[in-house]
Design a protein around this ligand. Structure first.
Ligand SMILES: Cc1cc2nc3c(=O)[nH]c(=O)nc-3n(C[C@H](O)[C@H](O)[C@H](O)COP(=O)(O)OP(=O)(O)OC[C@H]3O[C@@H](n4cnc5c(N)ncnc54)[C@H](O)[C@@H]3O)c2cc1C
Length: 454
């Protein structure tokens, strides 16, 4: 069977590519061995954000007296939490399948394998494309000698079906997934300790954001061991004993391994077709074309940001490139990043350390959420930090605070439009909103601070 485009993998990257290609009048086959929507919809973004919302409701119930509301927190109804999460996932799953069918995309159910340069075999059928897009995603990684048994030693995927709240959890890895799930478990009532080999939680974020998160987690009773390597884990009848490289041991009911995700690139004929792969990830050019002309790769399979919206953007760009529209390459610094813990951490653009590496002369402004009434109503601490080039545009926006993630959209427009602080300072922010913190930082950078305490 011949198509203009054959897409292997129906996750965020693959289905976005299929939809955009169909919009552009291409015939598209989308091959998926499990469920359309992939990791993000079924095992990642959406279910974990539903858990985080349940976690927020639990915390607000506990804190209800602060707001003058009488409510009693009686506990977490785990089946109820899963039912809420599953309802959201199922609705979105139906929605995306409907979109693809409506657009005329042929959905092929089954496991595909690249056979020849531009052909994918599923069972006895071969689907040939004038272009092929590989979008097989990623899977959780572990550490050498650390076996995931799904009971005592688990990954993020097991948390989505766990039938109870564990009394205690050691989270191995202080990146985005580890931090989000640590936040959920703490809100659900578990004792939580995060182990991170680098000196800070969320080590790729602006250092001041990591420090604010650490302070907030300390206040919430989330413990962490930073700058220390994991040595070993031993399961017992009641739990797991984790030994760190400094000799310290941690006892917990479960060990959640969140040390990153590796690209799913082996056993599907990629290497045999001559596709260059480095450290498991498929190598691509700025338009996501692999070393084999006409074969593209997108999403978590390539070494760019492992984010659903980065995958959407890559899928759209590839569809447009194949259709000859000459889309611009993606500026990955301009892709917004959010960690949806309590508090949230959000950023776009570069950090001050990256600015220094690039030799940029910068100015910075930190606006403390203590001066922002809406943040005080929400009961959150945190800050908005803006980094601008001296006499130039904003190059980074970094934020910490409850519900602050939604504000990254403004930061994203500011960064991607290369706005000057003085230009943004002209724009009026609604009062009282958390977005005023962005406005206040810009006013201060433009030399006319309003509510800034020094
Ligand atoms: C716990 C967790 C939370 C996350 N939260 C967020 C978040 O809040 N925001 C965010 O932006 N990102 C988040 N992510 C990351 C996001 O889920 C991924 O970046 C995104 O799913 C990658 O999309 P993809 O299309 O590259 O791969 P995937 O979504 O992994 O899809 C790949 C698809 O390919 C299929 N496939 C693989 N091999 C074959 C084959 N041989 N034949 C047929 N089909 C095949 C798989 O079944 C799968 O459906 C999270 C991830 C996790 C694990």
């Amino acid at each position: 069977m011949a198509y203009d485009i054959v897409v292997l993998g129906g996750g965020s990257g693959g289905y976005a590519c299929a939809l955009r290609a169909a919009e552009l009048g291409k015939t598209v086959a989308l091959i998926e061995k499990d469920k359309i929507g992939g990791t993000c919809l079924h095992r990642g973004c959406i279910p974990t954000k539903a858990l985080l919302h349940s976690a927020e409701v639990a915390d607000e119930t506990r804190e209800s007296e602060t707001f003058g509301v009488k409510a009693r927190f009686e506990g977490i109804d785990v089946p109820g939490v899963h039912a809420f999460k599953d309802k959201i996932v199922t609705r979105a799953w139906k929605g995306v399948q409907g979109l693809l069918k409506g657009a005329g995309v042929t959905i092929v159910e089954g496991e595909g394998r690249l056979v020849g340069e531009r052909a994918i075999q599923v069972g006895s059928e071969v689907y040939e494309g004038r272009a092929v897009v590989l979008a097989t995603g990623s899977a959780p990684r572990s550490l050498p000698g650390l076996e995931i048994d799904g009971e005592r030693v688990i990954t993020s995927e097991h948390t989505l079906t766990m039938d109870h709240v564990p009394s205690s959890v050691v989270v191995l890895g202080g990146g985005v997934i580890g931090v989000e799930l640590a936040s959920v478990y703490r809100s659900f009532g578990a004792e939580v300790t995060i182990v991170e080999a680098l000196p800070h939680l969320l080590p790729t974020e602006e250092e001041s954001s990591s420090k604010l998160l650490e302070r907030a987690f300390r206040r919430r009773g989330i413990k962490y061991e930073l700058g220390v390597f994991f040595e070993s884990a031993k399961t017992t009848d009641t739990g797991v004993v984790v030994t760190l490289a400094n000799g310290k041991t941690l006892d917990a009911e479960i060990l959640l391994v969140a040390v990153g995700r590796g690209a799913v690139s082996s056993g599907m004929g990629f290497e045999e077709a001559g596709i260059a792969i480095e450290r498991g990830a498929v190598v691509v050019d700025e338009h996501c074309q692999t070393s084999v002309p006409g074969v593209y790769a997108i999403g978590d399979l390539i070494p760019t940001l492992q984010l659903a919206h980065a995958g959407f953007a890559e899928g759209i760009m590839v569809a447009e490139h194949i259709a000859g529209l000459n889309p611009p390459p993606i500026d990955y610094a301009g892709v917004p990043r959010i960690t949806y813990s309590d508090p949230e951490v959000a950023s776009v653009g570069i950090t001050s350390a990256q600015a220094a590496e690039r030799g940029l002369e910068i100015v910075e402004q930190v606006y403390d959420l203590a001066g922002n009434p809406k943040s005080q109503i929400l009961g959150t601490a945190g800050a908005v930090k803006v980094i601008a080039q001296k006499d130039g545009p904003v190059v980074g926006v970094h934020m910490v605070g409850r519900r602050i993630g939604e504000l990254v959209t403004e930061g994203q427009l500011i960064y991607n439009w290369e706005a000057l602080p003085a230009e943004v300072a002209q724009l009026i922010h609604a009062h009282p909103t958390q977005s005023e913190a962005v406005g206040e930082a810009m006013l201060a950078l433009a030399g006319k601070p309003l509510h800034v305490h020094n």
